[in-house]
Design a protein around this ligand. Structure first.
Ligand SMILES: NC(=O)C1=CN([C@@H]2O[C@H](COP(=O)(O)OP(=O)(O)OC[C@H]3O[C@@H](n4cnc5c(N)ncnc54)[C@H](OP(=O)(O)O)[C@@H]3O)[C@@H](O)[C@H]2O)C=CC1
Ligand SMILES: O=C(O)CCC(=O)C(=O)O
Ligand SMILES: [Mg+2]
Length: 407
C-alpha cells in the first residue's frame, strides 16, 4: 500500500497528501451508500487538488460481512487499523433488538474512546420539510458517546445476575422503589465528571471556533438528579473553571467572553427542549447532552431539515485524534440492495471528515454538488416523494448528480 498515515501532534492532525483511510462498508443499505459516497469523495479530491492529493481507501470489516468472512462481528484487526490510521469512515451496522449481539456502533465508540458524537443539523435550500421555516434550524449536537445507559450494563429479568443486583439494592441499599423486583430487568447509567467535562469542553471549543452565540446543556436533571442533573452542573463548572465565565441574567446561565466573542452557556430540560426546537429553533445553536438524549434529539432535529437521509455525524476523540465519521441513520433493511436510498448522510459525513483533515476545498465541492443536485430537483425517493416536479434518482445516480454539480 502506497498511502501514508495521518498522525497527530498536540491535538493537530498531520495529514499527508495520500492518507490511508479505513472504511467499513456497513450492513443493509451500507454497500449501496458506500459505493455512491466513495465515488463522490474521490471526485471531490481529484477536482479540488488535480491529482496532488488522493485517498488510499482501506476496507476494514465489521458487522455481517465481518462475521461471514472471519467468524467475528468486530475483528481486532479493524480496531487496530483505526488506532493506526486515526481517521476512518463507516456505513451503518445492524443491532438486533431485545437480544443477540450488543451494538457494534456503540462498541466502536467505547473501545476507541470516541467520546464526542458530533452531529450538525442544517437545512439545504429546496429540501422538503414538515416545518414552516426549516432554515431556522442550524444546530450542532455534541452527544456524549461513551457513558450513560448506553454503557451496556444490563441484567435480564429472571437471571441470577439481575437477582443479585436487585437483592443488593433492596437489602443493602434500602431501595424500596423497584416496583416488581421478581421480574425486573436492571440497567445501570454511569455518568462521570471526566466524561461530562471532556464532552462539554469540546463543545465549547467548537462553539468558540465557529463563533456560535449559545451552547445549551440538555438534560433530564429534575428526575435523574445525580446523573443528568450533575451533567448540567459539571457542564457549567467547565465554563466557570476553564473559561472564567460569569453569571448571565443572574445565573445559573453563564457567559464566556473570549477574544471579543461572547458565548452564552444555558441549559434546558430535555422534554421541554424537544418542543422548543420545533417552536423556536432560532434560539438554539450548539447542544451538549448525554448519550440517550443525543440519540433522540439527532433524529428529531434531522426530521425538520429533510430526514435522516441527510443527517451526517462524526465520533471523535479530540486528544488522540481518533475518529469515525458516520451517518445518523441505520441500515434501513427494507431498502437493502435496491440502490434506492439517499447517500447524503454518509457523503456529508465525508464532508465533515475533509474539514477535520483541513481539506476544505474538497469539502466545499461536496456542498456545492449537493446544493446543485437538490436545486435541480434530481433527488432520491425520500425527497422526491415530497417535492413537486422532482425527478426520482437511484442512490448511485444521485451520487453521480452530486459529482456533475461540482463543476
Ligand atoms: N450508527 C449506526 O450504524 C446505526 C445503526 N442503526 C441500526 O439500524 C437498524 C435499522 O434501524 P431503524 O430503526 O430501522 O432505523 P434506520 O435509520 O435504519 O431507518 C429508519 C427509516 O429512516 C429512513 N432512512 C434511513 N436511512 C435513510 C437514507 N439513507 N435515505 C432515506 N431514508 C432513510 C427510512 O424511512 P422511510 O421508511 O420513511 O423511507 C427508514 O425506514 C437497527 O439495527 C439499528 O440498530 C440505527 C441507527 C444508527
Ligand atoms: O448502534 C445502533 O444500532 C444504533 C445507534 C444509534 O441509533 C445512533 O448512534 O444514533
Ligand atoms: Mg440513533
Amino acid at each position: 500500500m502506497s498511502g501514508q498515515k495521518i498522525t497527530i501532534n498536540n491535538r493537530v492532525l498531520n495529514v499527508p497528501d495520500n492518507p490511508v483511510i479505513p472504511f467499513i462498508e456497513g450492513d443493509g443499505i451500507g454497500p449501496d451508500i458506500w459505493a455512491a459516497s466513495e465515488k463522490v469523495f474521490d471526485a471531490a479530491v481529484e477536482k479540488a487538488y488535480g491529482g496532488q492529493r488522493k485517498i488510499e481507501w482501506k476496507e476494514v470489516l465489521a458487522g455481517q460481512k465481518a462475521y461471514d468472512e472471519t467468524g467475528e462481528w468486530l475483528p481486532q484487526a479493524t480496531l487496530d487499523a483505526i488506532e493506526e490510521y486515526l481517521v476512518a469512515i463507516k456505513g451503518p451496522l445492524t443491532t438486533p433488538v431485545g437480544g443477540g449481539i450488543r451494538s457494534l456502533n456503540v462498541a466502536l465508540r467505547q473501545k476507541l474512546d470516541l467520546y464526542a458524537c458530533v452531529r450538525p443539523v442544517r437545512w439545504f435550500q429546496g429540501v422538503p420539510s414538515p416545518v414552516k421555516t426549516p432554515g431556522d434550524v442550524d444546530m450542532t449536537i455534541f452527544r456524549e458517546n461513551t457513558e450513560d445507559i448506553y454503557a451496556g450494563i444490563e441484567y435480564l429479568s429472571g437471571t441470577p445476575e439481575a437477582k443479585k443486583v436487585i437483592d443488593f439494592l433492596v437489602n443493602e441499599m434500602g431501595a424500596t422503589q423497584i416496583r416488581f423486583p421478581e421480574t425486573s430487568s436492571i440497567g445501570v447509567k454511569p455518568v462521570s465528571v471526566e466524561g461530562t467535562q471532556r464532552l462539554v469542553r469540546s463543545a465549547i471549543e467548537y462553539a468558540l471556533d465557529k463563533g456560535s452565540s449559545s451552547l445549551t446543556l440538555v438534560h433530564k436533571g429534575n428526575i435523574m438528579k445525580f446523573t443528568e442533573g450533575k451533567f448540567k452542573e459539571w457542564g457549567y463548572d467547565v465554563a466557570k473553571n476553564d473559561y472564567n465565565s460569569e453569571d448571565y441574567e443572574g445565573g445559573p446561565w453563564q457567559i464566556i467572553n473570549k477574544d471579543g466573542q461572547s458565548l452564552i452557556i444555558k441549559d434546558a430540560i430535555a422534554d421541554a427542549f424537544l418542543q422548543q426546537i420545533i417552536l423556536r429553533p432560532k434560539e438554539y445553536d450548539i447542544i451538549a447532552t448525554l448519550n440517550l438524549n443525543g440519540d433522540y434529539i439527532s433524529d428529531a432535529l434531522a426530521a425538520q431539515v429533510g430526514g435522516i437521509g441527510i443527517a451526517p455525524g462524526a465520533n471523535i476523540n479530540y486528544e488522540t485524534g481518533k475518529s469515525i465519521f458516520e451517518a445518523t441513520h441505520g441500515t434501513a433493511p427494507k431498502y437493502a440492495g435496491q440502490d434506492k436510498v439517499n447517500p447524503s448522510s454518509v457523503i456529508l459525513s465525508g464532508e465533515m471528515m475533509f474539514r477535520y483533515m483541513k481539506w476544505d476545498e474538497a469539502a466545499d465541492l461536496i456542498i456545492k454538488g449537493i446544493e446543485g443536485a437538490i436545486s435541480a430537483k434530481r433527488v432520491t425517493y425520500d425527497f422526491e416523494r415530497q417535492m413537486e416536479g422532482a425527478t426520482l434518482l437511484k442512490c448511485s445516480e444521485f451520487g453521480d448528480e452530486i459529482i456533475k454539480n461540482m463543476d
